[in-house]
Design a protein around this ligand. Structure first.
Ligand SMILES: [Zn+2]
Length: 88
């Protein structure tokens, strides 16, 4: 099923408006919606029922700049040590 295209479609599909909240990345005010699966998603503000629904991560300035940085890897820490403890 494609993502609902506007606020009316969101409501018809079982999404519910929860609250507004500042994006922790770019500080823009966003609408937080609860999906039919009870997940929360950040949406760009939709002042009318006909406003196209855009998931905030698609427009978030912060997210775009973060994509260029490689995620932290913990492989070096999780790896069991194959080196025996050093002894004098
Ligand atoms: Zn953002």
């Amino acid at each position: 099923m494609p993502f609902p295209s506007n606020q009316s479609a969101l409501l018809a599909a079982g999404y519910e408006y929860a609250r507004w909240e500042k994006c922790g990345t770019c500080q823009l005010p966003c609408e937080v919606w609860t999906t039919p699966g009870k997940r929360e998603i950040f949406m760009d503000p939709m002042p009318s029922h006909e406003t196209p629904s855009v998931r905030h991560y698609e427009t978030c300035k912060g997210a775009i700049s973060h994509q260029s940085t490689s995620p932290l890897t913990w492989s070096d820490i999780d790896k069991p040590s194959s080196i025996p403890p050093f002894k004098e």
